[in-house]
Design a protein around this ligand. Sequence first.
Ligand code: T4K
Length: 379
Amino acid sequence: MTGEPLAFPAPIYVTRPMLPSFEAYSARLASVWDSQFLTNGGAQHCALEAALNAYFAIPHVSLFNNGTIALLAGLRALGVSGEVITTPFTFPATIHAVAWNGMVPVFADIDPVTMNIDPVAVERQLTAKTSAILGVHVFGTPCDVHGLQAIADRHGLKVIYDAAHAFGTKVDGRHIAEFGDLTMLSFHATKLFHTAEGGALLVRDGDLKQKIEQLKNFGIVDEDEVAGIGLNGKMSEIHAALGLLTLDMVATEKTRRAAVARIYRSRLSALEGISFTPELTADAASQQYFAIRIDEERAGISRDRLHQELKRFNVVSRRYFNPLCSSYACYSDLPSSAPHLLPVAQRVVSEVLCLPFYGGLTADDAHRICDMIAWVAQH
Ligand code: T4K
C-alpha cells in the first residue's frame, strides 16, 4: 500500500438494520389499521410467534417488547433466587436483569477462546446460595453448553442463556435454544433479525410458557385474578409486523454477512497480532458481530488506538463490552468482581474490537476497511 487510504464520505457504523421496502411494511400496517388492534396479542403478534416457532422448531416462543424485559421475566418465571453465576463480559442488560430481580450476580471468568463463561470458573463460584447459571453466547459464539449443563445437573441449578447475539447459532446441528431451561433473544434494531425493539423467550416446557405469558401481562390470569408481580412486556402489532418482513430477509442477510466475514478473515489474518472469534460453519453461525482481537505487543498498536484512528476514516468500530460489568460502580464491590479473579476477562476486554458488519457493506467497503486497519497498524 502506498498512501494513506481515503476516508469514507459518510460514517460506516458497526451495524445497520435490515429494512424491508417501505411499501411492503405499509401494506402490513394497512391490515393492522383495518383490525384496529395495535397490541395485546393481535394477528401480527400471533403470526410472528408461529413463524418463529417454526424457524426454531422449539415448542414455545413468547414475544417481548425487548430482550431485557424478556430476561427479567424469564428469571422470575423460573423462580431462581439467591446467587446467579454469570459472565462479566456482556452488555449491562444481562447483569441488570439479575440484580433487578433482587438476586446477586456472581461473576465467573471467561474462556480465552470463546470469550464465554468458563465452566471451570463457574465451579469455583458455587455456594449453597447458587440457584442458576446465566451464560451469554457472546458475539454468537456458543457457550460450552454441555459443560455448563453437567455442572447444573450435578448441583440442581437452572441454566439460562442470553442469546441476544445468537439468533441463528447452532451446536451439534441443534438450535442454541434447545440447550438450557430458557433462552432469551433480542430483536433490537442492531440484531440480525429484528423488530426495531423486541425480544423473546424460548422454552420447551408448556407450564413455564404459561407463567411467562402471565408475567409479561402484569401477572393477569383472567378478569378476576392477578397471580403474581408481573410487568408489561408485550410486543406491539407495529413491531411484530416489521418482524414478519425482516424474518424473510434473514437468509440473504446471513449470506451477505458471511461474504464480508470471509474478506475480513482472509485479509486481516495476514496482520501480526490480530485474531478472530472461532469460525463456525455457515449453517451454525449467527453472523451477528465480527469481533477481532488485537494483541498490542504483537500488533504494535493497542485496540484503543486502532478504534480511535479508524474514526479518522469514518469507520465507527465498537469496543463491546468495555468496561466489564464487574467494574461498574453498582457491581464493583461484589467479592466476585475482584479483578484478580477475572484475569481472562480483564485481558479480553482490552483486546476486542467489533468491526462494521452488515449485509449492506460491499466487498469493496470491506477491503477498504482492511486497508485502513493495515495502514493504521503500520503507522
Ligand atoms: N444481552 C446482550 C448480550 C445484549 O447485547 C443486549 C443488547 C441485551 C441483552 C439487551 O437486549 P435489548 O433489551 O436491547 O433487546 C446496542 C443495542 O441497543 C443493544 O440492543 C445491544 N445489546 C448492544 C450490543 O448494542 P449500542 O449502545 O451499541 O447501540 P447504538 O445505538 O450505539 O447502535 C450501534 C450502531 O448501530 C449505531 O452506531 C448505528 C447503528 N444503528 C443503530 C440503531 C439503533 C442503526 O443503524 N440503526 C438503528 O436503529 O447498544
